[in-house]
Design a protein around this ligand. Structure first.
Ligand SMILES: Cc1ncc(COP(=O)(O)O)c(C=O)c1O
Length: 385
């Protein structure tokens, strides 16, 4: 990385976060000195690694109010979502059933559902309200006798809206349907409690919470996981056979440490993130009085600001913002004119959606960073508008 790149203010923390130095230090010895395979516990290198894996499993479980035995390590929330959705449906045999989800889920939920549709499954994609909230009554109303699974995310990755998880969990319980929750964005930004939400399956990702990339987990409530989930891969039987493959010990140790930090820092991080977010809104309003804030005014993740700048060309804006790293909702891949499926589902028009950006404040963002972002956005808007 060059010196010039180092001056960039990183406000893309909902896309991924930097690894916390404490996490990095915890991981270090597991790359070199403690190199054993946790499956080979007949020597100390393996048994030390296995011990570290089990400690991390307990740390991850503690962060979501679960028992260690219910944690299956995966490569991240994409895999966890696929394992939950495809694994549950494959466990139902060949019978095509029905899934209830929302139109604003991450693609890692929407795409496995689309795949199941090709196999004859029916999927209800519920529309949220204009703030991005999914009505728990619409979830309950959508459940049919053949419904196998409800999959609703904890908090949206593009606009930050937190869903009424307790009410959705109660509805699923009343109707005897399994509830999967993609909580990739929630860890470290809001309390996560699998019992309070009454979830059966919950997806986590370390790199959204200051842990390393390439590691995540699926919480599975049942003790005998193979009864409700068919694995996506077969191999050496690790992770109760649900997710075989040699365990990436350094990443797992980092994930466990990140979970511990997520819990211990939550009470301090949340008000800090809200304060910085308020400051950022002030700065952005100062340079553009007609900004449009997307998402929910109160039930929202701290630090995630989705903002529309009416009349601003999105590509030019992003290209001109040299010293600020933000992103455009999502799904606006190079050359694609399609706006974010999330903003579209909230009823945001095509032009405003294309002029909307996500600012993701994180644990290491400072007030000086927000000042710099305000100044840089002001400079770019003065040129573009
Ligand atoms: C809500 C949500 N689900 C799933 C994912 C995918 O997570 P991972 O990068 O760990 O596969 C993300 C990250 O982009 C996300 O924000």
């Amino acid at each position: 990385m060059t010196g010039e790149e180092l001056r960039v203010v990183y406000l893309d923390n909902n896309s991924t976060t930097p690894v916390d130095p404490v996490v990095f230090q915890a991981m270090r010895p597991y790359f070199t000195e403690i190199c054993g395979n946790p499956s080979n516990q007949h020597h100390s290198a393996g048994s030390c690694a296995a011990h570290a894996v089990e400690k991390s499993r307990s740390q991850v479980a503690a962060a979501i109010g679960a028992h260690a035995a219910s944690i299956v390590f995966t490569s991240g929330a994409t895999e966890s979502n696929n394992l939950a959705i495809l694994g549950i449906c494959r466990a139902k045999g060949t019978l095509p059933g029905h899934i209830v989800t929302s139109a604003i889920e991450h693609k890692a939920v929407i795409e496995p559902c689309r795949f199941l549709e090709k196999l004859g499954w029916k999927v209800t994609f519920l529309r949220p309200d204009s703030h991005g909230a999914v009505d728990w009554r619409s979830v309950e109303a959508a459940i049919r006798p053949e419904t196998v699974l409800v999959s609703i995310m904890a908090a949206n990755n593009e606009v930050g809206t937190i869903q009424p998880l307790e009410r959705i969990g109660e509805a699923c319980d009343r109707r005897g349907v399994m509830f999967h929750c993609d909580a990739a964005q929630a860890l470290g930004r809001m309390p996560v409690d699998v019992d309070k939400w009454n979830v059966d399956l919950l997806s986590l990702s370390a790199h959204k919470a200051y842990g390393p990339k390439g590691i995540g987990a699926l919480f599975v409530r049942e003790k005998r996981k193979t009864d409700i989930l068919v694995p996506l891969c077969y191999g050496g039987g690790q992770e109760s056979g649900i997710r075989p493959g040699t365990l990436p010990v350094p990443n797992i140790v980092g994930f466990g440490t990140a979970c511990e930090l997520a819990v211990s820092n939550l009470a301090g991080d949340v008000p800090r993130l809200w304060n910085l977010q308020r400051l950022l809104v002030e700065k952005l309003r100062g340079c553009c009085s007609d900004i449009v804030l997307h998402g929910h005014p109160t039930d929202s993740l701290p630090g995630l600001l989705s903002v529309g700048f009416p009349g601003v060309n999105g590509d030019e804006f992003l290209f001109s913002l040299r010293d600020v790293a933000i992103s455009q909702g999502a799904a606006c891949s190079a050359g694609s004119p399609e706006p974010s499926h999330v903003l579209t589902a909230l009823g945001v028009g095509y032009d405003l959606a294309r002029s909307s950006f996500r600012f993701g404040i994180g644990r290491f963002t400072t007030e000086a960073d927000i000042d710099q972002v305000g100044a840089e956005v002001g400079r770019v808007l003065a040129i573009l508008r």
